[in-house]
Every structure is written in C-alpha cells, then in structure tokens.
Write a new protein. Structure first.
Length: 155
C-alpha cells in the first residue's frame, strides 16, 4: 500500500468523523426543543457508515474486479457514508397544559435525544478524528523522510 493511499484512507476517516460530529451537534442543539405532535418532533440523527474495503472486495468477487492495475489492491478502501438515519426511539410525551404548544389533551413532545449519550459520542468522534489526523501526519513525515534519502546520496 502506497503512502498516498494511506492519506486517502485517513481523509475518508476524517470526513466520516466530521459528519458524525455535525450530527451530534445537531442533536444537542435540538435536545430541548418542544413540539405539539409526534410527527413534527425532532428525532435524533445518526450517520450510517460502512467500510469501503468490504464493498470493494465484494464487487471484485461479483464483477470480476475493481482493482488498481498498478498495486493490485481494490479501489474504495476507507470509510463510506451510507446515509443519515433518524432514531426510532419514542419521543418524550410530557403533560403541560399551560404550554403554548400543548395539544388538545395538554401534552407536549420532546425529542428522543439523550444529551449524555450525545456528549459521549462527541468525545469518541473527536478522538477518532484526532487519530486520523495523526495517521495522515505520520504518512506525510514518512514521505518527507523518503524524499530526503535521495538528497543525502553522493552520486
């Protein structure tokens, strides 16, 4: 595997964690919102990822190959965003007849967002992003060291 390939993989990882952080920020921003019906209540969002290597290997087996002719490795190595899904956890129903958004029965509806869970997810995404940055930085340093090998040779 070439070092440029490592940068590609680290880039997909950073992109994935960035999407994860944005989804978490959106969930936290809407955690205290209130609605008058279940249908209009904000629902927690979660990004859905897959390892692109698995898909490339499967495509190679089924279609006869999506392989780089130079390296012989499958294309699509990294992290792939499949989409953003809404949580199917129930919304929180709260009796508050004086609230201006209360329905005819006096209930308001809060999102199914757990702030503690969201903060833990944010910390995890942040650490994963930092790890991907460190991988990219290490690959960059290895490339620079490789280029310097040629400068020191007395030819």
């Amino acid at each position: 595997m070439g070092l440029f390939r490592v940068l590609d993989i680290a880039g997909t990882a950073m992109n994935a964690q960035s999407v994860r952080l944005n989804a978490t920020a959106s969930n936290l921003a809407n955690a205290e919102s209130v609605s008058s019906s279940v249908e209009t209540t904000y629902k927690a969002r979660r990004p859905l990822f897959s390892a692109a290597l698995d898909e490339a290997m499967l495509a190679e087996q089924n279609q006869g190959g999506v392989v780089d002719p130079v390296t012989g490795e499958p294309y699509g190595v990294g992290v792939c965003l499949k989409g953003v899904i809404e949580s199917d956890a129930p919304t929180i129903k709260e009796y508050s007849p004086q609230h201006p958004l209360a329905d005819e029965n006096g209930y308001i509806y809060r999102p199914n967002v757990n702030p503690v869970e969201e903060m833990a997810d944010m910390i995890s995404a942040n650490r994963s992003y930092q790890t991907a940055v460190q991988v990219a930085d290490s690959a960059k340093k290895m490339m620079a060291a490789t280029l310097q090998l040629g400068q020191n040779a007395n030819v």
